[in-house]
Design a binder for this molecule. Structure first.
Ligand code: PMP
Length: 354
């Protein structure tokens, strides 16, 4: 059965990537070993991890003075690693509060250091990104670039005199970014980069000096930088899958993917905005292209729609439990046919079909 998978993550992967992974599963490049069986110290795996880094550097145009790390623990471990490594001078971190994930990042940081909200869209029920001029004299400013639950995204980089740290978990590689405007970028792999298990951290080299002496080896960015993400056993299969996804992006052309993302999101928003049944609450200028929440405003009707959609092979459209309603995640691997099918099913439901 073919379905269109609108999950927020782990999420849809490109079919050619899955086919390639399948073809290499049992015998990786004539080695007689599965990719899953490769030692992380083998030449074959070293080549995989080097190639993954080099593709990322190429696609995101990462400057040489940034280090690229492949870690475990999800984006969630970064909520602790960031303050432990970087909040060591003033022991204070500033946050722009744009909803659930920025709050989670802040709550974990609070276990170690002092935190402070410098701007928040709470009063707007997180339906927009704050426009305040940001002033910060903390060790760094943390932002959540794309808010997976609320469906909002930053569209410009806040200018501050302190290092800028950004959670790009749900929008990495969906649009071009100027890496040099950030000091740390991090993202879990399970949305736009590959499968769950690997977390990407791109960190400006000079920040590696900030780590205090007394911190366990895995928790230190400098450990991973020194050992090229091979200090301990890395999430080998997840790194391999990211390599395949990056090769797929390069083959399609990054520009082509960015343009397709733009068009797909625009057509779903256009439908929702003219609909008399469904609506999206987010301020137009701050709408995410990756995560699009919508609702009929009636819980029972939302539930009926979800069942109707599922009968038409559209799965994982249920909104996050804290937000309710529906959410369509349109990551890079979502084909235009999936978005067209969703719009057609929304129309049929709106016209009364059940
Ligand atoms: N930040 C954002 C923006 C997310 O969307 C998520 C996961 N949905 C996380 C952090 C947490 O990621 P993980 O589950 O990889 O720890």
């Amino acid at each position: 059965m073919t379905v269109f998978n609108f999950s927020a993550g782990p999420a849809v992967l490109p079919v050619p990537v899955l086919l390639k992974a399948q073809s290499e599963l049992l015998n990786y490049q004539g080695s007689g070993q599965s990719v899953l069986e490769l030692s992380h110290r083998s030449g074959l795996f070293e080549h995989i991890i080097e190639e993954t880094e080099s593709l990322l550097r190429e696609l995101l145009q990462i400057p040489d003075h940034y280090r690229v790390l492949f870690l475990q623990g999800g984006a969630t471990l970064q909520f602790s690693m960031l303050p432990l490594n970087l909040a060591t001078v003033r022991q204070r971190v500033d946050f722009i509060d744009t909803g659930s994930w920025s709050q989670k990042a802040m709550q974990d940081a609070e276990a170690f250091i002092q935190t402070n909200i410098v701007a928040s869209s709470k009063a707007d029920r997180y339906r927009s990104i704050p426009t305040d001029t940001i002033r910060s004299d903390a060790d760094y400013l943390h932002i959540t670039w794309n808010n997976t639950l609320e469906g909002t995204t930053f569209t410009s980089v806040p200018t501050v005199d302190v290092p800028l740290v950004a959670d790009f978990s749900s929008s990495i590689l969906s649009e071009p970014i100027d890496v040099s405007q950030f000091d740390v970028i991090y993202a879990g792999a399970q949305k736009n980069l590959g499968s769950a298990g690997m977390t990407l951290v791109i960190i400006k080299e000079d920040l590696l000096q900030r780590t205090p002496d007394r911190l366990g080896s895995y928790l230190r960015y400098d450990t991973h930088a020194t050992h090229h993400s091979l200090y301990n056993t890395p999430p080998t299969y997840s790194i391999y899958l990211t390599k395949l996804v990056l090769e797929w992006i390069k083959e399609q052309g990054f520009d082509t993917i960015v343009e397709r993302n733009r068009k797909q999101a625009a057509s779903l928003y256009a439908y929702l905005d003219q609909s008399t049944l469904f609506s999206n609450p987010v301020a137009i200028q701050d709408r995410s292209r990756m995560n699009i929440p919508f609702t009929t405003s009636e819980t029972e009707l939302d539930e009926q729609f979800l069942q109707f959609a599922e009968r038409h092979q559209l799965v994982n459209l249920k909104g996050h439990r804290s937000v309710g309603g529906m959410r369509a995640s349109l990551y890079n691997a979502m084909p235009t046919a999936g978005v067209d099918a969703l719009i057609a099913v929304l129309e049929r439901f709106e016209q009364g079909e059940r």
